[in-house]
Design a binder for this molecule. Structure first.
Ligand SMILES: [Zn+2]
Length: 471
């Protein structure tokens, strides 16, 4: 939309009418130019290269976290955003000392292991106990306490590989809650099969739920080949004894920051298109796929828009969230601060699934915006992106805490076939990123952001969108 008066008439008075569903043809032409220039560009690869080289791994609350925040602020200013600012997010921190997991009977073997985030330390000298193997979290919830009391619980559920990453949700329950449920039953410690699809001999770390009211046990993930080995050892029918030694520290409160850059809208500056990614990573690898790639993709999408001769009608923000990995703390702080103004958010979309190509999209918008979403999808189709029938979307993990406010959201689904080979491991490094795939992502986010900013209709963030969910 080019003309403020017409835009405000359309926004206020003509919602739902046929003409209000249509983009200004000039805006569609600009979307095509953005798509082409982003595809020809480097996709923000330089951004993730710089982040992973200068800052490296950046566990929330660590000294590298503070360096990442300073890096992000400088990077967004350099990129040319009109305004860049920080918003606080406070959370309990966790730091890894060391972990050692070894079979001591009936054979002796060290396993490749990583402690799980928020795991407490074992008592000095470690824990030595017989292993009880369970299929999954549900089996742990159902087991009689005397079966696991004093023992090391091994949860063996295996994540299945899938393009959409759908194997992650069911399997990750063991990591998120195993150490809490097992604590209630009097177990000594928890081991899980890595939540990941790698067959390499390294472990996948990750977080567990933090709840000050609930006791947690020391917990570690072992590599998939080691989990296979442990299953075979259990199959011998003799008691299997494991020694687990974890050193880790939990500190009460640290304040990090969400880093936000804004392109001021020319017509409706108070309305915001929010592009997200998270700045923190695990302490292993360099957080290139998770989520340096997302930081590069959304920054590059915004850079493409800033390079236009014209400004977007609505404001566009890039939000680099703090402390996603250990509990969505940045996302929670962001949502809390927006409880009264969620209606300002035209749409939210976060890139946090590595650097694979985008193949599909889903939108959660009010029904009267569906036509606009279909027109947007037509401009994404040349990138190989298909609009699905799904009317649900959360925008990404850091926007989940804002979902109960009725945040309108678009999900762009990336190919995650190999993502979980690297996820939360020492092997999440820059060489796993294909710059051409990142450029396809940046092109999609540029089109999404631009057309959301130019939309003749509101996408409808607010309680009405929640009511639609209940239908
Ligand atoms: Zn992530």
């Amino acid at each position: 939309m080019k003309f403020p008066l017409i835009l405000s008439l359309l926004s206020c008075a003509m919602l739902g009418s046929v003409s209000a569903q249509e983009f200004d043809p000039a805006d569609l032409e600009t979307a095509r130019e953005l798509r082409a220039s982003a595809l020809a560009g480097n996709g923000g690869f330089d951004v993730v290269e710089d982040l992973t080289t200068r800052v490296g791994p950046r566990l929330a609350g660590s000294p590298a976290d503070a360096r990442a925040v300073a890096w992000a602020e400088a990077m967004l200013l350099e990129a040319g955003f009109d305004r860049v600012w920080l918003e606080p997010a406070t959370f309990p921190t966790w730091s890894r000392g060391h972990e050692r997991v070894a079979v001591v009977s009936p054979v002796e073997q060290d396993f490749q292991a990583l402690a799980i985030g928020y795991s407490p330390a074992t008592p000095a000298g470690g824990i030595e106990a017989e292993v009880v193997m369970l299929d999954d979290l549900a089996a742990l919830e159902a087991v009689e306490p005397e079966v696991v009391a004093g023992r090391i619980v091994f949860i063996r559920n295996r994540m299945e590989r899938a393009r959409d990453g759908s194997g992650y949700g069911p399997a990750v329950q063991a990591r998120a809650r195993g150490a809490l449920v097992a604590a209630d039953k009097g177990a000594a410690a928890v081991l899980i099969r890595s939540i990941g699809t790698s067959t390499n001999r390294f472990a996948h770390t990750g977080g567990m739920r933090f709840d000050t009211a609930q006791r947690r046990l020391p917990a570690a993930a072992i590599s998939n080949p080691d989990a296979d080995q442990l299953e075979r050892l259990m199959g011998l029918g003799e008691p299997v004894v494991i020694h687990m030694d974890i050193d880790a520290q939990i500190n009460e409160a640290y304040t990090s920051h969400n880093v936000i850059g804004q392109i001021d809208g020319a017509v409706l500056p108070e309305e915001i298109v929010a592009l997200g990614a998270h700045l923190d990573s695990w302490d292993v690898g360099t957080g290139a796929l998770d989520d340096g790639a997302g930081v590069g993709i959304v920054t590059e999408a915004a850079r493409q828009i800033m390079a236009l001769d014209e400004r977007p009608d609505r404001s566009i923000q890039v939000i680099l969230f703090a402390a996603e990995e250990i509990g969505l703390w940045g996302g929670r702080a962001w949502a809390q601060a927006r409880a009264e103004e969620i209606g300002r958010y035209q749409v939210a979309a976060e890139s946090d699934f590595g650097a694979g190509r985008i193949y599909a999209m889903a939108a959660k918008v009010q029904d009267s915006a569906r036509g606009v979403i279909e027109a947007m999808a037509a401009e994404l189709a040349p990138l190989g992106i298909e609009l699905t029938d799904r009317r649900q979307a959360v925008g990404g993990p850091d926007f989940i805490p804002a979902a109960p406010l009725g945040l309108a959201a678009i999900d762009l689904y990336q190919d995650g076939t190999t993502y979980f080979d690297y996820h939360h491991t020492e092997n999440d490094t820059l060489d796993k990123i294909d710059p051409e795939d990142m450029a396809q992502n940046a092109a999609a986010y540029a089109v999404l952001a631009w057309l959301s900013a130019q939309s003749p209709v509101s996408f409808g963030s607010g309680p009405a969108l929640l009511e639609r969910d209940e239908d």
